[in-house]
Structure formats: C-alpha cells, structure tokens
Ligand binder design. Sequence first.
Ligand code: C5P
Length: 229
Amino acid sequence: MIWAIVPAAGRGSRYGGEIPKQYLDIAGVPLIAYSLRAVLAHPSVQGAMVVLSEDDASWPGWTQIDGKPVRTCIGGAERADSVLAGLSALPDDVRPDDFVLVHDAARPHLRASDLERLLDLGRGDPVGAILATPVRDTLKRAGGDGGIDATEPRERLWRALTPQLFRRLQLTRALEAARDAGIAVTDESMAMERQGHRPLLVEGSDDNLKVTTPADLPLAEFLLRFTRE
Ligand code: C5P
C-alpha cells in the first residue's frame, strides 16, 4: 500500500505575501489541490497525508479528493520535521516496509507519466527512487565578493524534484538520524544518502516546477492550463 505525504507546512518566506504559496489561486483552485490530485491520480496511491502548519488558516478541510482519503497532521520548523510528522501520522495499516511518496505541496505540475515511471522503477529498487532532471545550465561557484571563483562541471549533476519514493521505516530512520546529527536535509534522498543508501535517479520533466517566487505563479498557471496530460 502506498500513501503520499504532502508537506505543506512551509510559510513561504522566499515567496512573501499574506497567503502561503501552496494556497495561491490558480484558475479558481488552490495550488495544493493540483499537487494532491496529481499524486492521488495513480491507482497505486491509496491516500494522502497533508502536513499543515499549526496556525494554518487556509486549508480547505478536504477529507477526500477524487474518492481517496485525505488526512492532515501538524508539521514542524523544517521540511524534514514536517515529513517526519507525516510519516508518524500515517494510518496503522501502512506497514514499515511499504513505500511512501513524498511530494511538495508547491509542485502542482506533476505529469502522470513521470509518476508512473517513478513508481515502476522505484518499486523495483531495494532503496527507492526520486524524480530528477539533468542540470542544463552552466554552473558558477561564487566567491562571496561578487566575483566567480570557478565553473563547476555539470556532467552527472541533477536537480532533485519530488515525488521521492522510499520505504516508511527506512525513511523515518534516515530523517531521525539527520535531525539527531543536527544536519538540515533539503530532501528525503539526502537523508537516505547519509545512511549509505543509493537511491535511483529517475528522469522527470523540467516543467515539474516548485512554486518558490511570485514569478513562478504565471508559469504554473500556464502549464496547468495548457499542458495537462
Ligand atoms: O520551502 P520549500 O519550497 O523547500 O518547501 C517545499 C515544501 O515543503 C512546501 O510544500 C512547503 O510547504 C513544505 N514545508 C513544510 N514544512 C516546513 C517547510 C516547508 O511542510 N517547515
């Protein structure tokens, strides 16, 4: 059984504004609805655990979407704390060895074919897998004084996206270990890698964008209107 954990407890400090970015309106629907529907659309995904901030006044209170259960729990200060909260709040019938999908609330444009490929390949891997895309730009290392110190080779560099697919207990252990070591992990895979695991990279689409700044919103709206699968 696969459940999705959708961390939505961020305050969106890089985005600014009154409403957290996951609740911004796209064609009359909050952004998070697209992210939830995209993961719930796969027949193997049984339900979603949405992780909210304690003072969330915007969550619409859905208890199901497209006939699948949607539950909520309260997250923490960092994204990893929120994912840990989601893992521990999963229904009891999600077993320790079952895979869970972690998908950012702020990624509304997940293609069904990407999710399908991630699940196909990830479930065949002993550890799990993440969606990612190869880096296409030239990368510069900043010197801190406005100058460029170096150009980094981009071969073999990938941008990590979500969803990321791992087993419930292994991921819990990995996130707890990072937290106990005081290491801020920015995705689930980073916590798993610290434990010596080697998750599979599954190539996703460049348009699986995370809405992070106001400039991303019209782009997300365009993608959702015109490039739905
Ligand atoms: O801040 P960032 O864009 O990396 O957030 C990615 C996702 O993690 C967002 O959906 C955000 O709501 C969520 N998050 C969370 N708890 C936090 C910080 C971020 O659930 N403490």
